[in-house]
Ligand binder design. Structure first.
Ligand code: PEP
Ligand code: MG
Length: 616
């Protein structure tokens, strides 16, 4: 990882002081400096920003800069012939949102606070008011604004009017205007995620597009998923934040924690995203561009070369067989897992099925999603993690915000507090077991009573299905994520009562070191090599072996090729990672000698200082 949040400006080949007062080299590290003699550089500014490499590879494309709200809108001129349709599009979205508010207000649970009902009625009324329902249509007709543009422009005006009012109650309505507009924008965006690219896409032909944003929540990443962006660059985020994880699952390069990329890059700027070094170059010189095109080509050739290892079993030089499985967020990623030679799905983050929607997926919808993966994996095991919602992965409709969501009602705590929701998911998973080997993985477990309650819920779900004559696998393995230090330390009863353990190093590091994994300000303290983290991993592996349980690592450490030898030295023989990383890790395993690594790691494990993995 490179130095974070520094920027440099290269003007006509000279180094200038950046906006953050840092001097950087004229060209990025390793860029070919000799070509400059052949091509005089035009007098354009090239900016180089340094962040955290979150997803590998290189991309060259045009910036699509998203605003403060990640769900940013496009701005484009609507053609004469399309004006009527655009007006209808907006009117329809406003009607959908208004009816939704009214319906919600009328169907609130009995124990919901009364103010919520009042607020929902206010929201429905705001959308019925001509200032939001009619004025934007005038902007579409007279100025040819697209619906999103017209709505946000008018919304800003109305919001400012409210904010300037003397009456405190009316002043506060500015926030309500903002909220109802965001809801209408969501309805509009449901039509086509590509709208995000807006005019940029039309005018820039087929050049790849790079999303530039302050931050992108995992939920917004899901929306961007269908839009086929070539890369992501964000001000915030850590290398193991869920945003970074989603970028890896999309197989596109990403650099996060850049500090000011959203303010320094403009819409349409040419960008190079270097997902290897964690660097973003804005408006690169022709020489740098050439250098990066070469790197892109070399990278693609290396990937093609690696692909030849797909069917080679992962066996170390001393004959230890290592299992390599894939992490997925969506069912259609099973194909990429198979293409990378994964021997199963080690982690299916089921919560992504639940995000960006107002309703929850029912049993049938979930069953279809899980069964699709199980069928696609054709007999290979599929580990489905039960809903891990909370912290940075919030449901769309969550009304309450915990004081500290990472320590709040997250994951298994959330599910056990909502027995019906949990039972629905368990039934869907169990039904999928009829199509092939399925394992249930419980997230964020800290207490044995959570295990007992979960096993009880699984047994009850099975019983209710069997009573209805539904065919299921006779046994479905149940395991727990080891991601809270408490269970990694006192792991014995968990190893005894569960079938398998899976170490979620992303959260294990977060909770052991008290570092928010998504906060760039403390990213430098997020250290997988901290002796405490390694000892927790070692303890879990050793106790698991004693009880004859399979132990895997499914956090991002498993896919970090610089840590493969260290994990082998800790005794790990099961890895699960994004498909994109699988063959790099396999190559490392094929060249490793486990016995030698185990001796070396044992010798340094009890040291006070972090281990240097490159010394192994
Ligand atoms: C982890 O915490 O390491 C993990 C795999 O789960 P997630 O990243 O989804 O929290
Ligand atoms: Mg986790």
């Amino acid at each position: 990882m490179t130095t974070r949040q520094s920027a440099s400006l290269v003007l006509g080949g000279e180094t200038e002081q950046s906006s953050r007062g840092l001097l950087r080299p004229k060209v990025p590290p390793d860029a070919d400096d000799t070509a400059g003699a052949r091509d005089p550089e035009p007098l354009t500014a090239m900016l180089s920003l340094h962040g955290l490499a979150a997803s590998r590879g290189y991309a060259i494309g045009r910036a699509v800069v998203l605003g403060a709200a990640a769900l940013e809108v496009s701005h484009y001129r609507v053609a004469d012939d399309d004006i009527d349709a655009e007006c209808q599009r907006l009117t329809h979205a406003i009607t959908v949102a208004r009816e939704e508010f009214a319906r919600l207000a009328d169907n609130l649970p009995a124990d919901a606070p009364r103010e919520i009902q009042g607020l929902l009625h206010v929201h429905a009324m705001l959308l019925a008011d001509p200032m939001l329902a009619q004025e934007p249509l005038t902007l579409i007709r007279e100025r040819h604004y697209n619906a999103e543009w017209a709505l946000t422009a008018q919304g800003q005006l109305v919001g400012e009017q409210f904010a300037a009012m003397e009456d405190e109650y009316l002043r506060e309505r500015a926030t309500d205007v903002q909220q109802v507009i965001e809801r209408v924008l969501q309805v509009l965006s449901g039509r086509s995620p590509l709208m995000l690219a807006g005019a940029g896409q039309a005018s820039l032909d087929s050049e790849p597009l790079v999303v530039v944003a302050h931050d992108i929540s995992p939920a917004d990443m899901v929306k961007l998923r269908g839009a086929r962006f070539a890369a992501f660059a964000t001000d915030l985020g850590g290398a193991t934040s869920h945003t970074a994880i989603v970028a890896r699952s999309l197989g596109v390069p990403a650099v996060v924690a850049l500090g000011h990329v959203r303010t320094l890059a403009r819409d349409g700027d040419q960008l190079i995203i270097d997902g290897e070094a964690g660097v973003v170059l804005v408006n690169p010189s022709p020489k740098v561009l050439r250098d990066y095109r070469d790197r892109q080509t070399a990278y693609a050739a290396e990937r093609a070369d690696l692909a030849r290892l797909k069917d080679t079993p992962a066996i170390t030089l001393d004959g230890i067989r290592v299992g390599l499985q894939a992490n997925i967020e969506w069912p259609d990623e099973a194909a990429a897992a198979l293409a990378a030679g994964a021997e199963g799905i080690g982690l299916f983050r089921s919560e992504f099925l639940f995000m960006n929607r107002r309703d929850l997926p029912g049993e049938e919808e979930q069953y279809q999603a899980y069964a699709a993966v199980v069928k696609a994996m054709a007999g290979r095991p599929v580990t489905i993690r039960t809903l891990d919602i909370g912290a940075d992965k919030a449901l769309d409709d969550e009304a309450t915000v915990a004081t500290n969501p990472a320590l709040g009602e997250r994951a298994i705590r959330y599910c056990l507090a909502r027995p019906e929701l949990f039972a629905t998911q368990l039934r869907a998973i169990l039904r999928a077991s009829a199509h092939g080997p399925v394992r249930i993985l419980l997230p964020m477990v800290a207490h044995m009573h959570e295990v007992r309650a979960s096993l009880h819920a699984i047994a009850a779900a099975r019983e209710s299905l069997e009573q209805n004559g539904v065919v299921l696998a006779p046994h479905v393995e149940v395991g727990a994520m080891v991601e809270i230090p408490a269970i990694a330390i006192a792991i014995e009863p968990f190893a005894e009562s569960l079938d398998f353990l899976s170490i979620g190093t992303n959260d294990l590091i977060q909770y052991t070191l008290a570092i928010d994994r998504a906060d760039p300000d403390v990213a430098s303290l997020y250290d997988p090599l901290h002796p405490a983290v390694l000892r927790l991993i070692a303890n879990t592996i050793n106790v698991g072996a004693r009880y004859g349980r399979s132990v895997s690592v499914c956090g991002e450490m498993a896919g970090d090729v610089s840590l493969t030898r260290l994990l082998l030295g800790l005794g790990l023989t099961q890895f699960s990672m994004h498909s994109q990383q699988l063959l790099d890790v396999k190559r490392e395993i094929l060249e490793a000698h486990t016995n030698a690594l185990r001796t070396k790691v044992a010798a340094v494990l009890n040291r006070a200082e972090p281990i240097d993995p490159s010394s192994l």
